[in-house]
Write a protein that binds this ligand. Structure first.
Ligand code: MOS
Length: 760
């Protein structure tokens, strides 16, 4: 099919390429207005404490200081997504080290810093809950004493420090364990990791004389930010305009209000535009990183390697506020099931409050944590049964038409092909090529997030096209993918399309650049708009050419029939004279994925829409003295449904693997006593270009029934499997099984010492 396509399926240059490669693109952190002030936030210095005194008089009187605000200056509201437990500023007590206590706006950054230092705040420490075990212990201090009074969606199962417990029950797990020949139980841990976007969170706010505020922000979700600001500011959304100038990486870290509300409050109080942007220290102590977790898995198998039952629990450390935790805990249960056919399941995900920063969403939220446990255990079991890990997986994976864990029927299942292609490319037959060298495999599945998208598409009088979308381009080239779908349909070139994006006043609604959905959903909205436009074009052209509309075709920027043709430019000009121009509103909402409602409880994400399937394979060496890992080759075979733009999908895969390897080998936000020990980019160790191996991408294409041309979401999946693939390769290379992330050289070296001593 792709052969007849001119634009989709081709590795064309992205529509936003010139600005990005020349450095002229404007990001939110670049955005500036005349007279703009610098806003900064005073943050708590204790993890859990009562505020006994907060006096800003001295700070407000300093030269250059134009506004100082605290909880006393803002509406007394609790906001949040499914669970409203957050406040703009800590009021009576602080719940993590880094929580906002006050904010200032001043003429210069130095004056703002001086004002922060002059704020008089006194704390009375409270017992802090510093990890998951402490939060879950009987009699643990409550992070939110009044948790029962908070507004929450009724689906959530809450109890004390647990802000949701999501559950999947299928079949009869106890009977399944009785049917098993062997039952395996393991426990895994993962650390807290930051998205590592290049651009800090930044927002500029400015009020006009009518009482309307405009916020230029690098959010992934302008419409969500508009609604949240309406809650926080206690204003109608129609008075709040959110514009996204550009986003220097999001990865889930910019889904929710971060600094926008501070900019808005400070701008109102000072009467001047205010910019607030975070520092690296604020990012690593007070952003929305990936939750650390504990996973327990119990899996029953027959002698011939069929899984009869699985019980799994994952506890996610969501920090001091729920944020996306309740949803992430739900998604986690689907990942815990794995891409396997298991008749009996009992799976639970818990989002747990602690006195840490509010964790959130990070590229495939819960994916790496849960998949690390599942796929590590698959290898442990395969070893115990003396089965090849590939063969063990092939005996249990889902195939076309099978049921998912909650009863959804699976279509477009390319997992077997992914496993076979990834293992062939890594040279699986020889998976222990020599001492200290080994190959590892991991596979998984993921969703294409739903939600609606709208586009306006307008044909300009020169025959070019303006694509107006509410989705932000966050660096993935997903908007380019959607534009390719549009260009194909309208018979134009990709370079004929210009994009207007992400302005809550002028662009149609979009659920946002999240969850691997943008090219999929915006692409489908483009198909709808193109169908409408073609009707309009054919109706006009038919009259001009004296043919029936049905006889017309649209190709090569012309509409034609019976050897007669009219250019798209001519039709556009004609329509301006007769009816206000050629414009269409296309919308898309992913159809619901049916599932068995009786299998789930407390679950906000009970099925994976247009699921993707993937297998990762890695070939690595381990230094026998230091435990240092050197990756020789990394292969990803990913079922993308249909590759709209192969180059940018490969870009997503390579970036996802690089980011995934950071979480695997070196990255962790380390807490001690409630304080982050490594809040800077020297001690928080993200991989550099020198650390990232060659990644081979194999695009497998089993079409989605819903996606444009069969495409599925592609952005998040490459982040899921690196931890398990590497853990399995390290085990193959050394015999040392690491069950916690990150898999540091130190942990491996200690494991090697134990192994030499005859232990472990
Ligand atoms: Mo994503 S974690 O939905 O940006």
């Amino acid at each position: 099919m792709a052969d007849r396509m001119r634009v989709v399926g081709k590795s064309l240059a992205r529509v936003d390429a010139p600005g990005k490669v020349s450095g002229t693109a404007i990001y939110a952190a670049d955005f500036a207005l005349p007279g703009m002030l610098c806003g900064k936030v005073l943050r708590s210095t204790l993890p859990h404490a009562r505020i006994t005194r907060l006096d800003v008089t001295r700070a407000a009187a300093l030269p250059g200081v134009r506004a100082v605000i605290t909880a006393a200056d803002v509406p007394d509201v609790r906001y949040g997504g499914g669970l409203k437990d957050e406040t703009a500023f800590a009021k009576d007590k602080v719940r993590y080290m880094g929580q906002p206590v006050a904010a200032v706006a001043a003429a210069t950054p130095e004056a703002a810093e001086a004002a922060l230092a002059a704020i008089d705040v006194v704390y009375e420490p409270l017992p802090a809950v510093l990890d998951l075990e402490a939060a879950l212990a009987p009699g643990a201090p409550l992070i939110h004493e009044a948790w029962e009074s908070y507004t929450a969606i009724p689906i959530l199962h809450r109890e004390g420090n647990v802000c949701n417990r999501a559950r999947i029950v299928a079949g009869d797990v106890e009977r399944g364990f009785e049917e098993a020949d062997r039952v395996f139980e393991h426990r895994f841990r993962t650390g807290m990791v930051h998205q590592g976007y290049t651009e800090p969170r930044a927002a500029v706010a400015s009020w006009d004389s009518s009482g309307q505020v405009t916020v230029w922000s690098n959010t992934q979700l302008p419409f969500e930010v508009q609604n949240t600001l309406a809650e926080i500011l206690q204003m109608p959304p129609s008075k709040i305009r959110v514009v996204v100038p550009g986003v220097g990486g999001g990865f889930g870290g910019k889904l929710r209000v971060g600094v926008e509300h501070f900019a808005a409050f400070l701008a109102r109080k000072s009467g001047r535009p205010v910019r607030v942007a975070t520092t690296s220290e604020e990012e690593l102590t007070a952003a929305y990183p990936r939750q650390g977790s504990i996973v327990e898995l119990k899996t029953g198998v027959t002698k011939d390697g069929r899984i009869t039952a699985k019980a799994g629990r994952i506890w996610l450390d969501t920090g001091a506020f729920a944020g996306s935790g309740p949803g992430v805990a739900s998604v986690a249960t689907l990942v815990l099931a794995g891409p396997y056919k298991i008749p009996n399941l009992y799976l639970e995900g818990f989002a747990v409050y602690t006195n840490k920063t509010n964790c959130g969403s990070f590229r495939a939220p819960s994916g790496p944590q849960a998949n690390f446990a599942v796929e590590s255990q698959m290898d442990i079991i395969a070893d115990a049964l003396d089965l090849d890990p590939l063969e063990f997986r092939l005996r249990n994976i889902v195939r076309e038409g099978d049921e998912g864990p909650t009863g959804q029927v699976l279509n477009g299942v390319g997992l077997e092909e992914c496993l076979l292609k990834a293992t062939a490319a890594i040279g699986w037959k020889d998976r222990r090529p020599g001492p200290g060298r080994g190959k590892g495999l991991a596979c998984g599945w993921w969703t294409t997030t739903g939600g609606s998208s709208g586009v306006y598409v307008k044909i300009n009088p020169d025959g070019t096209v303006a694509l107006n979308t509410g989705a932000a381009e966050i660096g993935t080239a997903a908007i380019t993918g959607a534009a390719q779908v549009l260009a194909e349909e309208l018979g134009i070139d990709l370079t004929d399309i210009s994009v207007v994006a992400a302005d809550t006043f002028s662009t149609p609604f979009d659920f946002g650049a999240q969850g691997s959905r943008t090219a999929f959903a915006v692409g489908n909205a483009c198909l709808a708009a193109a169908a409408d436009l073609k009707r309009q074009i054919f109706a006009l052209a038919a009259g001009q050419l004296g043919v029936e509309p049905d006889a017309l075709t649209l190709a090569d920027k012309h509409v034609a029939a019976d050897g007669k043709r009219l250019s798209l430019a001519d039709v556009a000009r004609l329509s301006q004279q007769t009816g206000g121009g050629l414009i269409a509103h296309g919308t898309f909402i992913a159809p619901p994925t049916p599932y068995d409602t009786k299998r789930v409880e407390g679950h906000v994400y009970p099925a994976f829409h247009s699921p993707s399937f993937h297998a990762h394979a890695v070939d690595l060496s381990v230094d026998p003295q230091t435990g240092e890992v050197t990756i020789h080759k990394y292969v990803v075979a990913q079922d993308v449904g249909f590759a709209i733009n192969p180059t940018y999908i490969e870009g997503q895969i390579e970036g996802g693997v690089a980011q995934g390897l950071g979480q695997t080998l070196s990255e962790e936000i380390i807490y001690e006593g409630g304080r982050v020990l490594n809040p800077n980019l020297t001690d928080y160790k993200m991989p550099t270009t020198l650390d990232v191996p060659r990644v081979e991408s194999i695009l497998v294409q089993h079409p989605s029934l819903v996606g444009p041309h069969g495409a599925k979401g592609v952005g998040e999946p490459p982040n899921i499997e690196p931890p398990a693939a590497v853990a399995n390769a390290v085990a193959a290379a050394t015999g040392v099984r690491i069950t916690s992330l990150p898999i540091t050289a130190e942990k491996i070296a200690l494991g090697l010492v134990d192994a030499r001593a005859g232990g472990a």
